[in-house]
Design a protein around this ligand. Structure first.
Ligand SMILES: [Zn+2]
Length: 71
């Protein structure tokens, strides 16, 4: 059992604690809620933007190389 600092108030709490006893900040999320709470939603949004944009760039470069071969 380790002691960790609450990301919200800095209070030292057990790493096994589900939430901070001082401010009530959730430490251990339950399932998808915990992922969203810990900034996972931002990561999902980034992926949702990067994957289609990256695919379009890849597609665009392939078309350009195809056209380059034709010309
Ligand atoms: Zn706290």
């Amino acid at each position: 059992m380790a002691m960790i600092k609450c990301p919200e108030c800095g209070n030292e709490i057990s790493s096994d604690a589900i939430s901070c006893p001082q401010c009530g900040k959730k430490i251990k999320g339950t399932g998808i809620e915990g992922i969203i709470d810990s900034g996972g939603s931002a990561f999902v949004y980034i992926l949702a933007i990067v994957i289609p944009v990256g695919f379009l760039i890849w597609l665009g470069s392939n078309i350009v190389s195809c056209v380059g071969h034709l010309v």
